[in-house]
Design a binder for this molecule. Structure first.
Ligand SMILES: C[S@@+](CC[C@H](N)C(=O)[O-])C[C@H]1O[C@@H](n2cnc3c(N)ncnc32)[C@H](O)[C@@H]1O
Length: 226
């Protein structure tokens, strides 16, 4: 399913509408990109899984202007938007791979980043497998950065955080429209609790950190220690 179908929007509206769907979207992406300050490499290779329109990669290029991005996405139309966006902010040649990040070969790299994309993985086994592939692709000192919805494990806390998210949407949409969005996303997206995310990254070999959290969203980082 294309991004436009999934979010029920026109693709050209993506950058405006995603802010209405995701609370603190820009702050979360800035926090995810700033993790790249951990890299000693001046010209790192950054793999962006589910690059979308390139919002996260563009921010990564602000932190590491000499970086080379390899963006993967299963929606060709949005991939073309990412290509145009990165061409405006960077002189370097970047790579754009049309395909499923669950199958695509991951190049040797210094960072694997993803925002609001890995919730398209429906089982813990597949996500665990991807994290193991990321670990293998990363050079020592490299980082895996995932910005996404990671609910609390405790049902009451998770409910309270869901209410925060609902309140955000209701600034832009009616209560009925908001419920419609949540119902559609629930049918397609899988949000693993933050604690499960940490377990999966640790099991893949990473040392983990959570540099940013505004529940239910979080930036979760796996560091491949040297
Ligand atoms: C909600 S968008 C997020 C885009 C961007 N990272 C951002 O933060 O704005 C999710 C993106 O992941 C892509 N995607 C979802 N599942 C994918 C998969 N299995 N392989 C590659 N891309 C995928 C979608 O096509 C879409 O562009």
């Amino acid at each position: 399913m294309s991004v436009a179908q999934h979010l029920k929007i026109k693709l050209s509206e993506y950058d405006r509408r995603i802010r209405t769907f995701i609370p603190n979207y820009e702050e979360m992406l800035d926090a995810a990109a700033s993790v790249l300050h951990l890299l000693a490499e001046r010209q790192p290779t950054i793999v962006d899984l589910g690059i979308g329109t390139g919002g996260l990669s563009a921010r990564c290029l602000r932190v590491k202007p000499q970086a080379r991005v390899c963006g993967c996405d299963s929606d060709n139309a949005i991939l073309a938007m990412a290509k145009r966006r990165l061409a405006k902010v960077s002189q370097r040649e970047h790579e754009f791979v049309f395909g499923d990040f669950l199958d695509a070969a991951l190049p040797k790299c210094d960072a694997v980043v993803a925002s609001l994309a890995l919730h398209h993985i429906t089982t813990r086994a597949r996500k665990q497998e991807l994290y193991a592939r990321c670990f293998a692709a990363l050079r020592p000192g490299g980082v895996l950065v995932n910005a996404d919805c990671c609910p609390a494990q405790h049902a009451k806390l998770a409910q309270q955080h869901q209410l925060n998210w609902q309140t955000h949407l209701e600034q832009y949409y009616t209560a009925k429209q908001t419920q419609g969005f949540f119902a559609a996303w629930a049918a397609e997206d899988t949000y693993f609790p933050l604690l499960h995310e940490l377990e999966m990254m640790r099991a893949a070999g990473f040392k983990v950190e959570v540099p940013w959290r505004r529940a239910p969203m979080a930036v979760v980082v796996g560091i491949k220690t040297r």
